[in-house]
Design a protein around this ligand. Structure first.
Ligand code: PGA
Length: 262
């Protein structure tokens, strides 16, 4: 796992945006795995800017979103479908038919989940997966004790995630759907490259367990220790509980020229 600690969330988002842009320029039909939540918003803003001002072309890109609430329609403002259109898709040139988001209104959820997996396979797998991390250590909506080999399926949110996400539902916890569709940890681990972003002191505990704790289903993000190309961008506040920060900075500052991808 490569750990990159930046002075603030803005510089982390800038570095991650450069990586995504480079991937799209190198392979215009890249398959991107996309995340929602507060964390990737600035990353999307920067990619939109690059599209508008630097000609970054998404016309061949295909996307798969990590997760969606069950029972919310794409027109519901709190759905991840709505979030993605508002924060990214409405502002770049990804063809509608190349966009895949779990369908929270699917009549047959297990059937939908198997088809989603099949679609990812048919697309050749995910080239680059963007991730946030929950304060309970989840990735996607894979809550603690999720199987580290899990595939796309239904999950039930923890109280902690409901509390964290109530801010998107006018602070009303009772409005947060308890059930979700999420790519599994196994699905996420199949991505060729993973870029995880985490900002703020609220994430420091989860970040420290993910990077320096044992691999354990109690901390789903710790599975990334087994991924050969996982990059973690965190701000100083999110790095607050790490032991080895000096080493991560040392490695980043001394990267050989040929190894620098950002
Ligand atoms: P956040 O959520 O970006 O809104 O903090 C991250 C996550 O739950 O994965």
């Amino acid at each position: 796992m490569e750990v990159i600690i930046t002075k603030d969330s803005s510089s982390a988002s800038a570095k991650a945006a450069d990586l995504v842009a480079k991937a799209v320029r190198t392979k215009p039909d890249s398959v991107l795995g996309l995340a929602t939540g507060g964390t990737p918003v600035e990353l999307y803003k920067r990619l939109i800017n690059m599209h508008k001002n630097e000609g970054l072309d998404f016309s061949k890109v295909r996307t798969f979103n990590l997760d969606e609430y069950i029972g919310l329609k794409p027109t519901d403002k709190q759905s991840y479908n709505f979030f993605m259109r508002e924060n990214f898709f409405d502002h770049v040139n990804i063809p509608r038919e190349n966009i895949n988001i779990p369908d929270g209104m699917a009549a047959d959820i297990p059937g939908f989940c198997s088809e989603y997996e099949e679609k990812i396979r048919r697309a050749g797998g995910i080239d680059l997966q963007i991730l946030g991390i929950g304060s309970d250590g989840h990735i996607g909506f894979n809550e603690p004790t999720s199987s580290l080999a899990s595939r796309t399926r239904i999950k039930t949110l923890t109280q902690k995630t409901v509390d964290d996400n109530a801010r998107f539902f006018n602070g009303d916890k009772s409005l947060v759907p308890l059930h979700v569709i999420t790519m599994g940890i196994g699905t996420i681990m199949d991505a060729k490259t993973i870029v995880l972003l985490a900002f703020g002191a609220n994430k420091a505990e989860a970040v420290s367990k993910m990077i320096e704790g044992p691999v354990a289903s109690m901390v789903p993000a710790s599975a990334l220790q087994l991924h050969p190309r996982a990059k973690v961008f965190i701000d100083r506040a999110a790095s607050g509980k790490l032991v080895n920060t000096g080493y991560y900075d040392w490695v980043f500052e001394r990267k050989p020229e040929w190894q620098k991808d950002i």
